[in-house]
Design a binder for this molecule. Structure first.
Ligand code: SF4
Ligand code: SF4
Length: 400
């Protein structure tokens, strides 16, 4: 943590306008300005790295909304990651969080957890009895590894090949959507490689302060990417979190990384003439923080939706949903409160237009999970879909 970075903050309070934690708690300790003041005091020796300090640091979704609006370009995400790293190296990390991060560092650990998830009967309500879960969670799909080959060729004339980085959530939870990523790309003339030796992108570890494991995971993945250097034009991901980690936190990537929305719009230039569409659902888009604020991808998904559906911009479409990976587990109550605010905005947006057949679209599996839970808990009957799901469904004569 660099003292100069903290001192960039002029305490203007602009970050309060976008911080989801501040919106819910109204607490100065929730927002970047307050957290920076606490860290400055730590530097001056005015306060210890106490449990209370740690609590302030944990109450952050690491959404990057503060950085996105900060007029002084304060690198808040780096500041909070470094502060948490210091806490972890001091041994100040909850045991449960340590276990969860360990589990996520191996494919066997994640697939084992997904396997247990598949055994829970869908209507048992068991997830609401588990203290760290206590929310609607989808039943994990079959792992992607068991359903796709390592190469799926383009249909028709091939334009180029890509390496798909599905990430853990798409590989083990929303694998049906991941298959659709491959299917849509194949139909658009793109050959898709999968590498089942890839591991977690490491973002959960990085934001929790476990930099050592993040470094191990990113080095492993970079060495896997190198094997595809002469075969593919891009690495593509449809998980906003993985995209953020790969683009912003991986050193020396051998192949350029694109989010699926960038690939579809900026490279493939998909338009209504790319394929036929069968219906026009009413859509709103939730901008994942890791896509908008971490990667500055905004227009591409809106452009796609405007072409294939009756799309209207939703007020608060850029307001964080409150997921934040381990934040949703270890700060569950706060995460749910932020989710409730988002649900309110979704409800208002659809009610404003009096539309009946509606879909909330997003482009991150984490947001899908959180939004589905928030809408269900608030009795809002709007399905949440990944943008790839809606593209896939809009194609004529498609089958799963
Ligand atoms: S917007 Fe930036 S400069 Fe202003 S208080 Fe927040 S972190 Fe500090
Ligand atoms: S990263 Fe998000 S939750 Fe954390 S202080 Fe900034 S705006 Fe608030």
């Amino acid at each position: 943590m660099k003292r100069e970075d903290l001192d960039l903050c002029v305490k203007c309070g602009t970050c309060r306008t976008m911080c989801p934690v501040f919106r819910v708690t109204g607490d100065e300790g929730g927002v970047a300005r307050g957290k920076i003041s606490i860290l400055q005091a730590l530097y001056q020796g005015n306060t210890r790295f106490s449990e209370e300090t740690l609590d302030f640091l944990n109450k952050c979704v690491t959404c990057g909304s503060c950085e996105f609006v900060c007029p002084r370009d304060v690198p808040f995400l780096e500041i909070i990651e470094n502060a948490r790293t210091r806490a972890v190296s001091d041994g100040q990390i909850q045991i449960a969080k340590k276990v969860a991060l360990k589990l996520m560092s191996t494919n066997r650990g994640i697939s084992g957890a997904a396997h247990i998830g598949r055994l829970v009967p869908g209507d048992s309500g068991l997830q609401f009895k588990l203290p760290l879960i206590n929310r609607h969670i989808p039943k994990p799909g079959k792992p992607l590894d068991s359903m796709l080959h390592e190469y799926s060729p383009a249909q028709g004339r091939k334009t180029f090949d890509v390496l798909y980085f599905p990430g853990c959530s798409m590989r083990y939870l929303y694998s049906r959507t991941a298959i659709r990523v491959v299917n849509v790309l194949n139909r658009l003339g793109v050959g898709v490689y999968l590498d089942f030796s890839q591991k977690c992108c490491g973002f959960p570890h990085l934001t929790a302060g476990d930099k050592e494991t993040f470094n191990q995971l990113s080095s492993h993945n970079i060495s896997r990417f190198s094997k595809f250097k002469d075969k593919v034009d891009y690495i593509v991901t449809a998980c906003a979190t993985c995209g953020s980690a790969l683009k912003n936190n991986y050193a020396l990537l051998p192949i350029p990384v694109l989010d699926i929305n960038e690939l579809l719009v900026d490279v493939l230039d998909i338009s209504p003439t790319s394929f036929s569409y069968k219906k026009q659902p009413s859509t709103r888009f939730h901008h994942p923080c890791h896509l908008l604020k971490h990667q500055h991808v905004q227009n591409q998904p809106e452009k796609i939706l405007a072409e294939i559906s009756d799309y209207k911009k939703m007020e608060g479409s850029d307001f964080c949903c409150g997921f934040g990976g381990s934040f949703s587990v270890f700060e569950g109550e706060l995460s749910r409160q932020i989710g409730d605010k988002k649900a309110e905005l979704v409800k208002q947006s659809f009610e404003d237009h009096g539309i009946k057949e509606e879909v909330l679209v997003t482009s991150c599996p984490g947001c899908m999970l959180q939004l589905t839970d928030s809408l269900k808990r608030n009795g809002i009957q709007v399905p949440v879909k990944h943008i790839i799901d809606i593209i896939f469904e809009q194609m004529e004569d498609t089958h799963d």
